[in-house]
Design a protein around this ligand. Structure first.
Ligand SMILES: Cc1ncc(COP(=O)(O)O)c(C=O)c1O
Length: 495
């Protein structure tokens, strides 16, 4: 199938306009799989009509000043080069993400809402389109060719997820809707079978609600107890408190691998080793981790690990739960239906082996095709170099944000990912996000589904700009300039 390098979209009435990326000579041919859909809107552009590479950064923001009393004391490092010799070429990556080349509110889109969801490379869009256009079939049943082909893609998606997470055993990969469903699965299946009166579940105060509320539900049912692992002022998990909380009653530790609000990356391997000393299991929420740095569940010795496809450049509605084989095999089904059985009668029903036993019903087949494409795409990048680039960009962004008067960054733990949550003194987070949106800059404002994490800092809401590997120094500079303008307007109003 042809794989043109970019695409644009024509705006209908009331829609946001797409950037006319080299459209002067008209759209090119559709990919082979869609060629029959000649009259339909055209999403693909010919290969040679790629958006021009952005110019290298012109300026480096000035160093933080004493006027930013509440800002973190970070010195802005040199801006990361766009094509470091290590092999990560951000401009080449950007060309694969069509949405990066559109406009919103008359401005080029600056996508800094990656914590909520990531954009999709054209390889993912094409894989999903190809599934629906030419390869639609159910999997695991039916004796025809397309069923076999869809099953192969589906199981290759499982293999790709196993490789991403560093397990050699595909049976340990359960497809779910996303991180939320993965945690609910473990809470409802493992939790119902293993938790009893007075047992304790340690949940870090940095967790997304999806790694807290499912535990609250099962704890209430089993009369178990949730105990929070507190935060330190910089957003790290308090390791002394954690050691004190662990005990013979601890049955589960629920830990984020990267906080969606604070950006904190806790020492998961060490915390897991400690939990195991007490016989407790550890579930790691990798929703914000997998797209930012390589993960190895074997090295972490995690019992369970969850992530969502849409936060790693894949479609929504598909995600992965990793579980150690012996744990998954001992877990009772949590949903019943097709796919998960061995034989069914009114007298007795027996179940399929893992992972299918935990995958009742028809899965999100197109989603897995997209996930497979996303993971193949990532595997084709130099991940170490991408992580190094993101780390540099995060440090640069923290330094640059510190130059905005009255900006207070929440979470300053060493080694944090680029989840940059902040307050602008005297402004409402929603109003700040609205003002940035007018400049084409997408950020998130609110409680970020992590109310306890914000409450630990005395907050109910904040603004969050979150970075991905396709963001650039120019994106950060645009954000900082827009925030400075918001502050300027605020100051003028006050006068
Ligand atoms: C750290 C973390 N965990 C879990 C989730 C929930 O992911 P999903 O809604 O895809 O299930 C999110 C989503 O923002 C998240 O950031």
């Amino acid at each position: 199938m042809t794989t043109p390098d970019g695409f644009g979209r024509s705006a209908g009435a009331g829609q946001l306009a797409a950037v006319p990326v080299g459209l002067a000579s008209g759209p090119g041919p559709l990919p082979a799989a869609l060629a029959h859909a000649g009259g339909a809107p055209r999403y693909w552009l010919p290969q040679q009509q790629q958006p021009a590479a952005a110019a290298p950064p012109a300026t480096t923001p000035p160093a933080p000043t004493a006027s930013t009393a509440t800002a973190p004391t970070v010195t802005p490092p040199a801006a990361p080069p766009s094509a470091p010799p290590s092999g990560f070429d951000v401009e080449a990556v950007r060309r694969d993400f069509p949405q990066l080349h559109r406009e919103v509110n008359g401005r080029p889109l600056v996508w800094l809402d990656n914590g909520a969801t990531t954009l999709k490379p054209r390889q993912v869009v094409e894989a999903v389109a190809e599934h629906y256009a030419m390869e639609t079939s159910n999997v695991h049943r039916g004796a025809h060719s397309l069923a076999k082909q869809a099953t192969q893609v589906y199981e290759e998606g499982r293999q790709a997820a196993a490789e991403l997470l560093g397990t050699p055993d595909q049976g340990e990969i359960v497809f779910v809707r996303g991180t939320t469903e993965a945690v609910n699965l473990v809470a409802q299946s493992w939790g119902r079978a293993n938790l009893g009166v007075g047992d304790e579940i340690l949940v870090s105060a940095a967790e997304h609600h999806s790694n807290l509320v499912p535990w609250q539900l099962i704890a209430e049912e089993r009369r178990a107890r949730i105990r929070p692992i507190p935060l330190l002022p910089d957003g790290q998990l308090d390791q002394d408190a954690y050691r004190d909380l662990l005990g013979s009653r601890t049955k589960m530790v629920a830990l984020t691998h990267a906080s969606n609000v604070l950006g904190t990356v806790p020492p998961v391997a060490e915390m897991t080793a400690l939990a195991h000393r007490y016989g407790a299991k550890v579930l790691v929420d990798g929703a914000q981790a997998v797209a930012h740095f390589p993960v190895d569940v074997t090295a972490l010795d995690a019992d369970f690990y969850a992530f969502s496809g849409h936060k790693i450049f894949a479609p929504t509605g598909i995600g992965v739960l990793f579980g150690k084989r012996e744990l998954l095999e001992a877990m009772p089904p949590w949903q019943g239906g097709g796919n998960m059985i061995d034989s069914v009668s009114f007298g007795e029903t027996t179940y399929a082996p893992i992972p299918h036993r935990l995958e009742a019903g028809t899965g999100h087949i197109a989603g897995v095709a997209g996930l497979r494409a996303a993971l193949q795409y990532l595997a084709g990048l130099d991940r170490e170099a991408a992580t190094a680039y993101e780390d540099q960009l995060t440090a640069y962004a923290m330094g640059a944000l510190a130059t905005v008067p009255g900006l207070q960054l929440i979470g300053n733990a060493p080694g944090k990912i680029g989840a940059l949550t902040f307050l602008l003194v005297g402004t409402d987070p929603m109003a700040v996000a609205g003002a940035l949106d007018q400049q084409g800059i997408a950020v998130r404002a609110g409680h970020h589904c992590a109310q306890p994490a914000l409450a630990a800092f005395g907050l109910q809401a904040a603004v969050r700009a979150s970075l991905a590997l396709y963001n650039t120094v120019q994106d950060v500079d645009a954000l900082v300039a827009a925030l400075q303008a918001v502050q300027g307007a605020q100051g003028a109003q006050a006068r």
